[in-house]
Design a protein around this ligand. Structure first.
Ligand code: ADP
Length: 576
């Protein structure tokens, strides 16, 4: 479906309100015309010195139209903005909901800044589509119809002149703006998004930029992006001023033509003299309905460019097939079997080749191997972020592909090397795993993760704010939050993806001791580079270039004198 039609379809829930806003917009312009007409008539009639009684209706009319115009304008703005913001909030939530199933597989080609700019900036741009693109043409048509109905009574050529003026200002001028501003809307949306994305990336990488002394380079890129945006905005401002001047020229030209046609009608007595100024001013004030149309073309281009970006994002097919919608009762115990699984990322070459292992309740499996061997990929497949290419993964004997991805993920807790900490309190960060958990369960998780001493020492305890991405926390404390989350979520399967990487040896040992409690009774898969962590594992798989090259217990692998034994001896040998 075309973006324009899709955007209109999104109006469905609020179309009666939007229609009411259009009517109010039209009434505002009608009240303005009424105000001009009655005022002009009043002045012209007063010059003939009639009795005050003859003028009283017009005096009331001036008061009425003056007040009505303000009231209608207020109501129109209030109702149309309220309805528009409702649509925008639905759009934001709707886009986010469509985005979630795409993560992470189909979002990896988007920068985080681009996503942010799409969800926030592009949705915001769509505001103009409803306020400045859809309503003005309808209001212009209603105004023109009313004007023609009145004017054709007096003279057909007068009506034709007004029609021509509206045609020039409402259709020819917008077409000219479209021609001059070709591509301006989409360029503006792209430039705004590029600047936002780059700024976000720069802010996120501030530490690295400062450490590598790249400030000047980043500043000059930001300056260039900003200059480009300002140039585009300047071009659009120029187009807007030019279209305003041409609009005024057309309006005043029409007014001049109306007077030129009306004066002979007044002379011949077809039109009473007191109506001359009233009719001329009626035409002039009615142009208020048509003058916004040229720039509506620009807003339409801009909104469609924003909509295209948003639709391209959310229309990406989900990486995981939408199968498994039938009921799946969450089991207390879970056994996950990986049988002969092979996988590659979007045709980029085989990453895993015929991998087999099983995770049973209470069983601890370790996965070791060099970087790039495919260890994290196994976790991605277990969490059903990607669909396997061949082989089978089963959960309690049932094919993964028949289970909803969310249902699968509910059975796993992950403690990874990149624990994301939200800009919230420690409490909120832990409760993320189970928002409905009570204070008792929360405190048990805090104790289980050995966070109690640390939080007790903070003035605000668990309610301490941790800053953007947990800046106020050390690496060990971040991992303890991840462990507390896993304890609270209390799932049958535990995935540990290098949970101690980057920590000093003492903290790493303490974290592994805490994790030991977490593993009890659960099926666990541990990825690690530290071979001392795997001594107590039930099974160790050595992964090399996507293949399991060795497997067995710690003792068996040491005896086999293979890669594992070599790595172990390497780790035991102090550096010369
Ligand atoms: P490990 O965890 O053992 O370091 P990974 O599973 O992260 O290895 O990566 C295995 C291979 O897959 C690497 O060659 C890596 O470049 C590639 N890879 C990992 N993630 C992606 C991805 N999202 N898209 C494309 N290739 C990827």
């Amino acid at each position: 479906m075309k973006p324009f039609v899709r955007l209109i379809a999104m109006l469905a829930p609020v179309w009666p309100v939007m229609l009411l806003a259009v009517c109010l917009g039209w009434l505002t312009i009608a009240a303005n015309i009424g105000l001009m007409v009655t005022s002009a008539w009043l002045i012209a009639a007063a010059a003939l010195h009639p009795s005050i009684a003859e003028l009283s209706v017009a005096i009331v009319g001036v008061r009425f139209f003056g007040v009505a115009r303000a009231v209608f304008r207020y109501l129109e703005r209030y109702i149309s903005h309220d309805a528009t913001f409702r649509i925008l909030s639905r759009l934001r939530v709707g886009f986010y909901q469509r985005l979630e199933p795409l993560a992470p597989a189909n979002l990896q080609t988007w920068q985080s800044g681009e996503l942010f700019s799409a969800i926030v900036g592009d949705v915001e741009t769509l505001k103009d589509f409803y306020l400045r693109v859809l309503a003005p043409p309808l209001i212009a048509v209603l105004t023109l119809t009313g004007l023609l109905l009145v004017f054709q009574h007096y003279s057909l050529s007068l009506a034709a002149l007004v029609f021509a003026g509206f045609l020039l200002a409402g259709i020819v001028l917008p077409l000219a703006v479209r021609q001059v501003n070709k591509g301006g809307g989409s360029e503006l949306v792209a430039a705004r998004a590029a600047l936002k994305a780059y700024l976000l990336d720069t802010v996120n990488g501030m530490t690295e930029i400062a450490a590598f002394d790249h400030q000047q380079r980043h500043l000059s890129t930001i300056r260039n992006l900003n200059d480009h945006l300002i140039r585009l905005q300047g071009r659009i401002a120029a187009v807007s001023s030019l279209s305003d001047s041409w609009g005024s020229l057309i309006m005043n030209g029409t007014l001049w033509g109306v007077l030129w046609l009306l004066i002979p009608l007044v002379r011949s007595g077809t039109v009473e003299g007191v109506y001359l100024a009233a009719m001329a001013l009626a035409v002039q004030s009615s142009f208020e309905a048509v003058l916004p149309l040229p720039m509506a073309v620009h807003y339409c281009q801009e909104s469609l460019a924003a909509a295209r970006r948003l639709f391209r994002l959310v229309d990406a097919p989900a990486a995981v097939l939408p199968s498994g919608q039938e009921q799946f009762a969450e089991p207390e115990q879970a056994e996950v079997c990986v049988q002969g699984v092979s996988f590659e990322y979007d045709g980029l070459g085989k990453v895993l080749n015929r991998i087999s292992f099983s995770l049973r309740p209470g069983k601890r499996v370790a996965l070791i191997g060099p970087s790039g061997a495919g260890k994290s990929t196994i976790i991605h497949l277990l969490l059903r972020f990607w669909e396997i290419e061949s082989g089978l993964i089963t959960l309690n004997g049932r094919d993964y592909r028949t289970i909803n991805p969310e249902a699968v993920r509910r059975l796993f807790s992950v403690v990874s090397q990149q624990t994301h900490i939200f800009n919230a309190s420690i409490r909120e960060n832990i409760l993320l795993a189970c928002p409905e958990a009570g204070e008792r369960e929360l405190m048990a998780a805090v104790r289980g993760a050995a966070l109690d001493e640390f939080t007790a020492g903070l003035p605000e305890g668990l309610d301490t704010q941790v800053g953007n991405n947990g800046q106020a926390l050390s690496g060990g404390q971040r991992q303890r939050i991840a462990i507390a989350r896993a304890l609270l979520k209390n799932t049958p399967v535990l995935l540990l993806d290098e949970p101690t990487v980057g920590l000093d040896p003492i903290t790493a040992k303490q974290i592994m001791n805490t994790i030991d409690t977490l593993m009890r009774g659960r099926a666990t898969l541990l990825i690690t580079h530290d071979l001392t962590d795997v001594e107590t594992m039930d099974e160790i798989l050595v992964l090399d270039q996507g293949e399991v090259t060795e497997r067995g217990t710690f003792a068996e692998l040491l005896n086999s004198q293979g890669l594992f034994a070599r790595l172990w001896h390497l780790q035991q040998t102090p550096l010369a």
